[in-house]
Design a protein around this ligand. Structure first.
Ligand code: SF4
Length: 287
């Protein structure tokens, strides 16, 4: 029996599939749970703080206000089961908050938020393009001084080496394509703000890059459908294996993917039997 084909692709799913087909299968098709990660949870916190900051009137977007936004977002995050599952000690929590504050400080080294004219924050875009259902959440959509669109994505991990920049930009090119499809205008600029370094990686979408993004999406979607049909998702060992949650099921580490399938079917049956799932808390702005 073939594996179920995912309903949609997103920038993160495209990146997951091209990094390792088998990890994609475990995450997207089998929907195996992954342990919470302090890095991902910190990213959620900093994104929520910057979202709150950009909801303030422009003159109010100071560093002190941003740190206040971080405090507010941290209060909400405390109720998040993923945060609780990290089981941070008081010292761990102080380090976690201190590092998040440093990322917020670094954000101010990349741009002056008072000059940003955001028209969408944490904006969900959803469209069918060339027969592929695409979904993506844009951290920030804004207008420049000429009224042209700019797509911004915050990153709380390390900036890539120069040779990997193009691959990292592929996600924001998908956002650009979604904007073009839904808003009828191609963004003038798409940018990744790496808060750790801090460094901004910026590019201008063109006819050529748009064609390339469409071709990539088509190729990835066909490869996913084919892999589902043949139940054939292959491991692609790389340094990313060090952070992979699925080593126990991966043949490259002596695991058995069939065991993952059994677990996936058991989890799917449990989800089916318990249709009411506790909603994940949303970090709502208060300003
Ligand atoms: S351990 Fe490596 S090869 Fe195996 S599934 Fe994870 S990323 Fe892929």
């Amino acid at each position: 029996m073939a594996f179920p084909v995912p309903r949609s692709l997103s920038p993160s799913k495209v990146s997951s599939f091209t990094d390792c087909g088998l990890a994609f299968r475990f995450s997207v098709i089998d929907r195996l749970p992954e342990p919470p990660s302090a890095a991902a949870t910190k990213g959620t916190l900093v994104h929520a703080a910057l979202e709150r900051l950009h909801l303030l009137p422009p003159d109010g977007r100071t560093l002190d206000a941003a740190l206040g936004c971080l405090d507010e977002a941290a209060v909400v995050l405390r109720d998040d089961p993923e945060y609780a599952a990290l089981e941070l000690t008081a010292d761990d929590e102080a380090a976690f908050r201190g590092d998040a504050a440093e990322l917020v400080h670094n954000y101010f080294r990349l741009e002056d938020p008072r000059s940003v004219r955001a028209i969408g924050l944490e904006l969900l875009l959803d469209a069918e393009i060339d027969g592929v259902h695409l979904r993506g959440i844009i951290d920030r959509l804004e207008l420049d001084a000429d009224g042209e669109l700019i797509v911004t994505d915050y990153k709380t991990g390390s900036a890539p080496a120069t040779q990997y920049e193009r691959k990292r930009l592929s996600g924001v090119h998908i956002y650009s394509l979604l904007c073009e499809q839904l808003l009828g205008r191609r963004p003038r600029r798409v940018q990744l703000l790496y808060l750790r370094s801090p460094v901004a990686i910026i590019t201008e979408p063109s006819d050529r890059s748009t064609r390339g993004t469409r071709r990539t999406l088509d190729a990835v979607w066909q490869a996913v459908e084919r892999a589902c049909d043949r139940e054939d998702f292959r491991p692609q060992p790389s340094r990313l294996c060090d952070w992979c949650s699925f080593q126990a099921y991966c043949p490259s580490f002596g695991g058995d993917p069939a065991a993952a399938r059994e677990l996936a079917e058991r989890l799917a049956a449990e989800r089916h039997a318990a249709p009411t799932v506790a909603a994940r808390p949303v970090l709502e702005p208060t300003g």
